[in-house]
Design a binder for this molecule. Structure first.
Ligand SMILES: NC(=O)c1ccc[n+]([C@@H]2O[C@H](COP(=O)([O-])OP(=O)(O)OC[C@H]3O[C@@H](n4cnc5c(N)ncnc54)[C@H](O)[C@@H]3O)[C@@H](O)[C@H]2O)c1
Length: 442
């Protein structure tokens, strides 16, 4: 990359991320990426929930050290530091400000386990500081931020794994292998569904007193300042647009990613037809939708998404799943199992392919983490790089935007990063950050 462009980018990113970032700008960006030994020093940013589970998977691999943990909630921070001490005999340094953590030269990689509205700022800052990144899904809370993150990883030459761990799981990778092998014939359609009780949101709670030790202004970060509400906080933030996208982006990203993976040339959808509504009679606090039916058009085959939050039943007796429909049979997969249902051949009076019922799968976070760490060492591309995360996130964000602007048909031009048939939808592509936070630019 030419020097002028590099200087310009360093300047704009520094300006974008607000005070105190100068000191984290690249010392290692252009140099060899990891410690001289086989040791990998990791740090966790956002430790209350899932991020900590991902850290545990890192620490279960020999040679990985947790040198720092950062959180804006001191209670979560102290609890998780103690857990690392007790379970792994390591003593991570606590941080309340991720910018300070990123100044630590000994850190090779960071895990981002914050709510979605923070992913972009922290990931870009981490890349600029020369760290590799395991960032949770969805890649970001908006389409525009996703694009910036792809550019940042590319520009700073960082190894980045997006937390769409199903890519590392056998019950999905084997069906994809079979599809590529032609086992179920030409793929005609992929039907995807995800029904979960938690998707309707939490029991309503009034705004209230800030818990001791919580910096809620920092938690809100680039989003609008508001009084503390326990539902706009740990875990339940995902039902509010400023921080997440509801069940659509929580589970939708994982499962839609499997339909996208089945394509020969995974691409963004060109046309999306959306029903989005709130039909549940449960009294819950949320802004996101509880009921959605979406059809995605692509050059290869249509994909559908169905979601009825507040229910736990679904096709093939699975609350969630992916049905890859081929001309010789259908493969139905979830995280624990997959089945092959053959089509019947009337002439041969026999099934067109063999039926399979594989039930011994399981969660694949450990394998996904291992793939990340292997790539940190080898500098190869991870199994779920930012572009894969960006495309999956698009499949969730577009229908959410369609529902929010009440325009059921949206046409997306990925090259131009614009909706070609809706001015209102275009207003949702790029977020407006609250000062002093500024959206990074490339
Ligand atoms: N891959 C999966 O299967 C999976 C499962 C669950 C969650 N997730 C993803 O993991 C992420 C975290 O979700 P969660 O349910 O664990 O959320 P959570 O609310 O339980 O935890 C988020 C933590 O981030 C902290 N935080 C917020 N802003 C911060 C900042 N600026 N700096 C440092 N810490 C900050 C919060 O205080 C909290 O401790 C989300 O992106 C979510 O989508 C992925």
């Amino acid at each position: 990359m030419e020097t002028n462009r590099r200087k310009f980018l360093e300047k704009s990113i520094t300006a974008s991320l607000g005070v105190g970032l100068f000191s984290i700008l690249p010392s290692k960006v252009w140099s060899a990426p990891i410690s001289p030994s086989d040791q990998i020093n990791v740090a966790l940013i956002g430790c209350n929930g899932h991020g900590f589970g991902i850290l545990r998977h890192h620490l279960n691999i020999p040679g990985v050290n947790c040198v720092a943990i950062c959180d804006v909630d001191e209670n979560a921070l102290n609890r998780r530091i103690k857990e690392v001490q007790d379970s792994f005999g390591q003593n991570p340094t606590p941080f309340r400000d991720f910018r300070k953590l990123l100044e630590e030269k000994e850190i090779d990689a960071v895990i981002i386990g914050t709510p979605d509205h923070w992913h972009c700022l922290i990931m870009v800052a981490a890349c600029a500081a020369g760290k590799d990144v395991y960032v949770e899904k969805p890649l970001a809370n908006t389409i525009g931020e996703c694009k910036i993150m792809v550019q940042a990883a590319d520009y700073y030459k960082r190894v980045v794994q997006v937390g769409q761990q199903q890519r590392s799981g056998y019950t999905f990778s084997e069906p994809i292998r079979m599809i590529r092998n032609g086992d179920i014939g030409k793929i005609r359609k992929v039907n995807i569904w995800g029904n979960f009780n938690y998707g309707t949101g939490s029991i309503p709670a009034a705004d209230g007193a800030l818990p001791a030790g919580v910096d809620y202004d920092f938690w809100l970060g680039p989003t609008a300042l508001r009084p503390f509400n326990p539902n706009r906080f740990h875990g339940s933030w995902r039902h509010f647009w400023n921080y997440g996208g509801g069940l659509m982006s929580d589970w939708g990203v994982h499962l839609l990613d499997m339909g996208i993976w089945a394509m020969e040339n995974p691409t963004a959808p060109t046309k999306v037809l959306t029903y989005a509504g709130n039909l549940s009679t449960d009294i819950r606090q949320r802004e996101t939708f509880d009921t959605m039916t979406v059809t995605y058009s692509n050059e290869e085959f249509p994909i559908t998404w169905d979601m009825v939050a507040g229910t736990q039943l679904g096709p093939y007796e699975k609350p969630y799943g992916v049905a890859f429909i081929g001309e010789k049979g259908t493969i139905v997969a979830d995280r624990k199992s997959f089945q092959v249902f053959p089509e019947w051949d009337p002439e041969a009076k026999a099934p067109k392919i063999e039926a399979i019922n594989f039930t011994e799968g399981g969660e694949s976070h450990n394998l996904h983490v291992k793939n990340f760490l292997d790539c940190v060492k080898s500098r190869e591309t991870t199994i779920c790089p930012p572009e894969t995360g960006r495309i999956a996130a698009l499949y969730a964000h577009i229908p959410n935007i369609a529902g929010r602007v009440n325009e059921p048909v949206l046409e997306w031009d990925d090259a131009r990063q614009t909706f070609t048939n809706s001015k209102k939808a275009n207003e949702f592509i790029t977020p407006t950050y609250r000062s002093p936070w500024v959206l990074p630019k490339f």
